[in-house]
Design a protein around this ligand. Structure first.
Ligand SMILES: Cc1cc2nc3c(=O)[nH]c(=O)nc-3n(C[C@H](O)[C@H](O)[C@H](O)COP(=O)(O)O)c2cc1C
Length: 198
């Protein structure tokens, strides 16, 4: 059974980010996947302390809301991350979670000092990124802030859904919700195809 995890980076339940991530998850579920939805704001997640301890076999010195996510990152086949644009990038809820994934990848340097990243969670995952903004247009800063996280947890974002004018009534939300639903179906189909060919 294909498993998809939805992570909501907005503190506002039932609002734009939640609705779009939910639509992707509904599409995934209709395509036969088992879905789990988590509001990052509900988890107690401490900020990364840059302790450099790299505990083993644990992933972090802390025992908090991240434990549940580390376990899921080992198990799921796909991730839908949704976040509002806060100061042109991502929400603090999303960033807090991302920083706590730093120890999922260890840096080893060769004799020339060239870094090599060794992942601790190797299960390959495909994903959808949902970005919701009101007046901001440039998604690049948000994509930059999730790029290394995707590498660290072996996640390949195959689709991005952008919503603009989120706080206005005359936006194209219904159209985007349909697109998001179709993206959920497509995500599961792609995971299935990849798993059958590997
Ligand atoms: C702290 C904060 C910072 C924000 N910064 C931006 C921004 O830089 N650009 C923008 O377009 N909207 C910004 N917004 C507006 C939100 O992105 C917008 O309200 C969005 O709909 C929130 O997502 P939600 O409806 O899923 O909660 C900001 C909102 C907050 C609370």
């Amino acid at each position: 059974m294909i498993r998809i995890l939805g992570l909501i980076g907005s503190p506002r339940k039932g609002k734009n980010t939640d609705q779009l991530v939910q639509a992707v998850l509904t599409g995934a579920e209709d395509a036969g996947a088992k879905v789990t939805k988590i509001y990052l704001n509900d988890l107690k997640i401490k900020p990364c302390q840059a302790c450099q301890k790299h505990p083993y076999p644990k992933y972090c010195i802390y025992n908090d809301g991240m434990n549940k996510l580390y376990k899921l990152f080992e198990q799921v086949d796909g991730i839908v991350l949704g976040t509002p644009a806060y100061y042109e990038t991502i929400s603090s809820q999303a960033k807090l979670m991302i920083d706590r994934c730093n120890c999922l990848s260890l840096i080893k340097r060769d004799r020339q000092g060239k870094p090599k990243f060794i992942r601790r969670i190797n299960k390959p995952k495909l994903g959808v990124f949902v970005w919701v903004s009101d007046c901001s247009r440039d998604i690049k800063p948000a994509l930059a802030s999730i790029r290394f996280w995707c590498q660290d947890i072996n996640l390949n974002m195959v689709k991005t859904i952008k919503m603009f004018h989120s706080d206005r009534k005359d936006n194209n939300k219904q159209e985007l919700i349909k697109q998001a639903y179709q993206s959920g179906i497509a995500l599961v189909k792609k995971i299935r195809t990849d798993q059958n060919t590997n």
